[in-house]
Write a protein that binds this ligand. Sequence first.
Ligand code: TMP
Length: 239
Amino acid sequence: MDILYEGKAKRLYATAHPSELRMEFKDDATAFNGLKHEVFAGKGRINKSITLTLFSFLEAAGIPTHLLRDEDETRLIVRKIEIIPIEFVVRNVVAGSLAQRTGWAEGTALPEPLVEFYYKNDALGDPMLAPDHIRVMGLANAEEVDRIRSLCLRINQLLMGFMQDAGFRLIDFKLEFGRDGERQNQIVLADEISPDTCRIHDLATDEILDKDRFRRDLGGVMEGYQRILEAIRNHAAQR
Ligand code: TMP
C-alpha cells in the first residue's frame, strides 16, 4: 500500500479503508534534528508495543486517541485524522532544553507541570511557539489550544501515576494531537508515546532508560527500552 508519510522513526500507509491508516514503527533512531542516526534492531517492535499499551490505557481512562487496533509486530491501525503541526511537551522535572532555557539544574522538580509548544518543522529546527503564534499562524484556534493544554495535563496525571506504579519516574514527554473529521473535528491524541518521545528514569536509582541513552552515548539503549516495555506490560496486565 502507498506510503503517505515517512518520518524519522515511523511510516504511515494508506489501507483499503479510507478512514484508517497503518502506522509502522521503524528501527531508526535520530537525535539533534537528524544529525545523529543509528539503527537499533527491535526498536520498532518495542516502541509499537509500548505505544499500544499506553494508548489503550489512556483510551480506557477517557482520553480520545487515534488508536483503532493492533496489526502486527511493528504496526498499528489508526484513525486518519488531520494532524496539528505542533509538538506539545509536558515536563515534571528539569531536563534537556529546559535546563538550557532556564539555567535550572537537571533533575530539579518543577513546582507545577509545564506545557510547551514547538512548531513541527524540521527545516526550522522545531522552534518554540507561544499560544499567540499558534493562533496567528493559523495552526489551531484558541479553543483548541485550551482543550489540548488541559488534555496534556490530564494525560500527564494519568501517565505519571501509571509510570510510578510500574517503577519509573516520568521526567517529560512529547505529545501530538489531531482533528478527527469523522467525529466533528474532535481533538484526539495521535502519534506515539514511547522511550523515543519521553524521558523515563528508574524510580529507585534514577537510571536513564529512554532515548537520552542514545543522545548521550550511554550504551544499552535497547536494554533500557526493553525494561520499560516489560514493566509497563506487567503493570497494565495487573490493573
Ligand atoms: P527537550 O528537552 O529536548 O526539549 O525534549 C523534551 C521532551 O520531548 C523529551 O521527552 C524528548 C521529547 N522530544 C521529542 O519527542 N521529539 C523531539 O524532536 C524533541 C526535541 C524532544
